[in-house]
Design a protein around this ligand. Structure first.
Ligand SMILES: [Mg+2]
Length: 423
């Protein structure tokens, strides 16, 4: 059917309902059951993952638990354990690496690989995917309940799109020539990179489906996007892999080695808060939203503790601080008051550019105006701090010795941007 069978170049692997699958793999009693993974033991929280059995009831990431229980009275809620997910992530990475080198760890549950030789053919690609799937199922540290959708294409964007064609346990090859035919039933926002705002902008420009979008000339996309990103999107849609620019950031983070007086856990918390504020300011200045936070704490004479939390994309400091607090509370049971915190690192992951944000959670709720107000507040704080100097406006309590740990010059492992001296 295809005139030219262009060689495949990339594989993308997306784990299906990752957190929920890990729970089902670990506990046989959860297998075959509707499971929701929750961040805290309360009804006033939302699912951070749902098993396929739960998804069948319409429960997904972001569904409030009281709503989820209404949809499915038999729902089993499991308190998430991010250390387990991190372990499984590492084991999966090792398993994939037995079959093909990882090109990029795209997120906690997504990986991409570059193909070579026979892997670039349809048969070779399918063989490779089957080997990886079998490898995961037969690995005694993983297992058959860890499933993934694997996609192949000439670029990462289409390979990822291919993983969305079939879930769970998919294996799809998608070339750009087939994109329109195979995604005819999709709305535009199912494409990675088209968030709620961009979707609206496209609809306003009279672009309502993938067919129309695909056939527009690149300069028209540039016009709709209002930036060169539109033109880049055209190339992605047409199967080209673009060199990543510096602007395609993977993470924003800050870490700090604590001065002795800040090492008691209650003082260390203040440092963690300050680092989170800094990371939030940086995130906003770079024009990103984050969907995951990682906190790691190194104790003076002890191990390194770490925890992750995934959430719907945010960039306001109030929400980031709330997520930090969740992570902190998760780690603190393992820190006795006599222990001392030597180093704290905070990083934000799953970055999305603000013009491509998928604020799907806010679509059906009244949360949108509240979220916007929180963002406006954060941006206003940034502006004041830039104008009048760092720490002019902060959230909560800032210890008087703040200058000892929030200075840009201290203990950062990378070269700070100029603007950062005012953050
Ligand atoms: Mg996934």
């Amino acid at each position: 059917m295809l005139r030219s069978m262009s060689p495949l170049r990339y594989m993308y692997l997306d784990l299906n309902s990752f957190f929920a699958s890990v729970e089902q793999q670990r506990a046989p009693s959860l297998r075959g059951c509707p499971v929701a993974v929750i961040p805290t033991e309360t009804e006033a929280t939302c699912a951070i993952a749902a098993s396929y059995e739960a998804k069948a009831y319409g429960i997904k990431t972001g569904t409030m638990i009281y709503e989820a229980r209404r949809l499915c009275p038999d729902l089993i809620c499991v308190l998430g354990n991010h250390e387990h997910y991190r372990d499984y992530h590492d084991r999966i990475k090792d398993e994939i690496d037995r079959h093909i080198p990882i090109f990029r760890t795209e997120s906690i549950d997504e990986f991409s690989c570059q193909l070579q030789g026979r892997e670039c053919t349809d048969d070779g690609a399918r063989d490779l995917a089957q080997r990886i799937k079998r490898g995961i199922a037969n690995n005694p540290d993983l297992g058959e309940h860890i499933r993934c959708s694997i996609g192949f294409s000439t670029n990462r964007f289409l390979a990822k799109t291919a993983t969305n064609l079939h879930k769970p346990d998919g294996l799809e090859i998608l070339r750009h020539e087939e994109l329109v035919a195979r995604t005819r039933h999709w709305t535009l926002d199912k494409l990675t990179g088209i968030g709620r705002n961009m979707h609206r902008r496209l609809l306003r420009a009279g672009v309502g489906d993938i067919d129309t979008l695909y056939h527009l000339p690149p300069r028209r996309l540039r016009h709709i996007w209002g930036s060169v990103e539109g033109e880049r999107f055209w190339h992605k849609l047409h199967g080209e892999e673009l060199p990543s620019f510096e602007t395609e950031r993977r993470t924003v983070g800050h870490s700090h080695v604590l001065a002795p007086e800040f090492r008691p856990p209650d003082q260390a918390w203040l440092v963690a808060e300050r680092l989170t504020l800094k990371a939030g300011t940086r995130l906003r200045r770079l024009g990103y939203l984050a969907g995951m936070m990682h906190l790691s704490i190194r104790l003076e004479h002890g191990p390194k503790l770490s925890a992750d939390i995934k959430f719907s994309a945010v960039r306001d400091s109030l929400m980031l601080n709330r997520h930090l607090s969740t992570l902190w509370q998760r780690l603190m049971p393992r820190v006795t008051p006599d222990m001392r915190v030597k180093k704290i690192s905070i990083s934000l992951w799953h970055l999305t550019r603000e013009d491509q944000v998928q604020m799907d959670m806010f679509d059906r709720s009244t949360a949108a105006p509240v979220a916007r107000r929180r963002e406006e507040l954060s941006t206003a704080m940034d502006n004041l701090n830039r104008r009048f100097g760092r720490d002019t406006v902060v959230m909560g309590y800032l210890p008087s010795r703040s200058h000892q740990f929030s200075g840009t010059k201290i203990a950062f492992t990378r070269i700070p941007d100029k603007e950062e001296f005012y953050e």
